[in-house]
Design a protein around this ligand. Structure first.
Ligand SMILES: NC(=O)c1ccc[n+]([C@@H]2O[C@H](COP(=O)([O-])OP(=O)(O)OC[C@H]3O[C@@H](n4cnc5c(N)ncnc54)[C@H](O)[C@@H]3O)[C@@H](O)[C@H]2O)c1
Ligand SMILES: CC(C)=CCC/C(C)=C/C=C/C(C)=C/C=C/C(C)=C/C=C/C=C(C)/C=C/C=C(C)/C=C/C=C(\C)CCC=C(C)C
Length: 605
């Protein structure tokens, strides 16, 4: 029975407050309340061995039950703020993966951090929610950077930094493309299998295919050879240039380039070029000509190098583990904490004010909200800095998504169905149009425990913009959700799974409004998108901002969207903040020179 109801935007991404039934989430994850060190100390009597999705408990031996696991939703939030100015080394607004990685990396370096999260659990777009025995990932279920290999496994490293490790399930196929003219391509985990499949579809372009993907590997290998820290910190950056000059020069060369123009050097077949567009679109929501070559190389190679690996128990376990690791390292996270103002004193960011009036102070403030939210909403009454004005000329908000989370009867999926699919049926020109292409993840193919026995999860999403959902009455909004979702489901029924509609036992539909509401992202945007053809990654701002003491982290910072990308942004941010508060070496003279140089380079984009 379909369960779309008029309450859905409220229900979407909402959470059960009871103990989860999922054996992979053994924590009693009841929600809300203040999650602070004082309470943690009080509660440290009730130690309990935890297996946090397969890792933290084992790695750390005896872990403490997190405070979050025992406070009730109804517990009154403390009204007093910090004990005075500069109570913390850093306040991080938002607990998306970008914010959590920045916070945990800082905590590990010895900083005292406070994370303020508007919602009731951590993770933002990488959060989860539970309904009727299903555990749904809010956003993507395709995890890059989650292997045991190399230097680019940033999710694995972020967890390890706070003593956590999650069990993962290798995905044999990153994505199965179903494209116009019945072009079907599976991106196999094994690079040679993928090449064999693609060249079998385009035998006349075998050489071009090899050359394009080999160029991606050149960049990936250069990236993978570096120690990744802040590119805005000169002692580190010059050190890397000294140790790995060829690799750094390779990266500097590709920094302003895009995948589409490099593909065109080797490939002539328009259909194959469209396939490369689809390869880029699924991670950047723009075509290859607009996708930075470094980012394309990162994803097109990591899927074969470390492979795509799905965390047992769902993507939400990553954020839960990081949040727990943060508290275990002596820092704090506060839920239901809606930051409304960044407090500026004498031109410097010194604290954060919440909607309920509480104020917290710190040496630095890091915003994991998008740049549009940070500069448009959190810095009230401040003139938009020139750098941000420039950013907003080069990058606009990418559309949001319509997402459908469904539970279906298992029989509807043919045997050997892949976990992730990308569907564009009729015309390549629809690739970037709203509702043009369909993303589908079936995480229960990898981890059946996410759904009740005999059932699968289908997470379907397609691009959709806020404008399409504005000005509707409640009734019209609900009716439109039902209509649009049914059309998408019918398309999947026709293309992939006959009988899909009648197999549905659970359905929830989210719109750009839902994303705006639950992820606190302006217009529910997926992130920044270049207005025209960008100069690769050159125009992407790093973490420092024009406001002293204020940093940004997340997908509106270099290198952009993606869980692994925001994890890198978190690593960079933590390094730069740590240098600025004296936890890492810095050279004020070189800092000033490098920041000026980077500012000038950005102005060329
Ligand atoms: N947006 C999507 O639909 C979607 C889907 C799939 C994957 N993803 C991936 O996730 C990445 C985003 O990660 P991220 O770390 O940049 O951010 P995020 O959007 O995931 O998390 C930001 C967090 O900040 C919180 N927040 C925002 N404003 C706040 C405020 N004023 N006060 C307190 N809390 C506030 C939000 O509640 C959220 O938890 C994207 O790059 C994308 O690849 C996104
Ligand atoms: C500074 C200067 C100027 C210079 C110098 C030079 C150098 C040294 C440089 C360096 C650089 C670097 C290090 C860089 C780095 C980069 C990186 C790391 C990047 C990364 C990236 C990543 C990414 C982009 C990712 C993404 C992903 C994504 C988005 C995903 C998504 C997914 C989805 C949506 C899903 C799909 C689904 C289906 C199909 C179903």
């Amino acid at each position: 029975m379909s369960r779309i109801s008029h309450l859905l935007p409220i229900a979407q991404y909402g959470l059960s407050t009871s103990t989860t039934q999922n054996p992979n989430f053994p924590l009693n994850f009841s929600l809300g309340g203040v999650f602070d060190r004082r309470t943690a100390n009080r509660l440290r009597g009730c130690e309990k061995r935890l297996d946090f999705g397969g890792g933290c408990g084992r790695k750390l031996g005896f872990m403490r039950r997190s405070v979050n696991s025992v406070l009730s939703v109804d517990r009154e939030v403390e009204k007093s703020g910090g004990c005075g100015k500069e109570d913390y080394d850093a306040i991080v607004i938002g607990s998306g993966i970008g914010g959590l990685v920045a916070a945990t990396q800082l905590a590990v370096k010895g900083a005292k951090v406070l994370v303020l999260e508007k919602y009731v659990i951590p993770g933002g777009s990488s959060g989860y929610y539970e309904r009727d025995g299903y555990t749904f990932d809010v956003g993507s279920s395709v995890m890059f950077g989650f292997s045991e290999k190399g230097n680019l496994n940033l999710i694995t490293q972020a967890l390890a930094a706070v003593g956590c490790k999650m069990d993962v399930i290798p995905d044999p196929t990153t994505v199965h493309f179903h494209l116009p003219n019945n072009l079907s391509v599976r991106v196999h985990r094994e690079y040679s299998d993928f090449l064999a499949e693609l060249t079998s579809k385009f035998p006349h372009e075998k050489e071009g295919i090899l050359k394009f993907y080999s160029e991606c590997w050149k960049i990936f290998n250069a990236l993978n050879s570096l120690e990744l820290k802040s590119l805005e910190e000169p002692l580190y950056l010059f050190g890397q240039f000294f140790q790995k000059p060829l690799e750094c020069l390779t990266l500097a060369y590709y920094l302003p380039q895009n995948a589409g123009s490099i593909a065109r050097k080797y490939i002539k077949d328009p259909e194959l070029l469209s396939f490369i567009d689809a390869e880029c679109f699924i991670v950047s929501t723009v075509n290859a000509l607009q996708t930075p070559m470094i980012n394309a190389s990162m994803v097109l190679c990591d899927r074969h190098f470390g492979g795509i690996n799905y965390p047992v128990g769902g993507v939400g376990g990553i954020a839960k583990s990081l949040a727990k690791g943060l508290v275990d390292h002596g820092s704090d996270i506060l839920y239901k904490a809606n930051a409304t103002n960044i407090i500026i004193s004498e031109g410097k960011a010194v604290g954060v004010k919440l909607s309920d009036g509480r104020e917290y102070f710190a040496k630095t403030v890091v915003s994991n909200a998008t740049r549009w939210d940070t500069f448009g909403k959190l810095l009230k009454g401040q003139k938009l800095p020139k750098e941000e004005e420039n950013f907003q000329k080069v990058y606009v908000k990418a559309p949001s998504f319509l997402s459908i989370h469904m539970g279906v009867k298992s029989e509807v999926l043919p045997p050997d169905t892949d976990c992730h699919h990308f569907v564009l049926e009729n015309s390549w020109t629809s690739l970037e149009e709203p509702y043009g292409s369909i993303f589908l993840s079936i995480p229960t193919i990898l981890d059946p425990s996410l759904a009740p026995e005999g059932h699968h999860i289908l997470h379907i999403f397609t691009t959709s913009s806020m404008d399409d959902w504005k000005g509707l009455s409640r009734k019209d909004y609900d009716a439109k959700k039902e209509l649009v979702a049914d059309k998408i489901i019918k398309r999947l029924e026709q293309k992939l799974f006959p009988g899909l509609t009648s197999s549905i036992v659970f359905k929830e539909v989210g719109t750009p409004k839902t994303h705006r509401r639950y992820l606190a992202r302006d217009d529910g945007t997926y992130g920044p998108m270049p207005l025209k053809i960008p100069k690769g990654l050159l125009g992407m701002p790093f973490n420092t901002t024009a406001i002293n003491g204020l940093y940004c982290v997340g997908d509106s910072c270099f290198p952009g969207q993606g869980v692994i990308a925001v994890a890198f942004s978190g690593v960079m941010c933590a390094h730069r903040v740590a240098a600025d508060i004296g936890l890492e070496n810095k050279s004020p003279v070189l800092d000033a020179a490098l920041l000026r140089l980077l500012g000038w380079l950005r102005s060329l984009a």
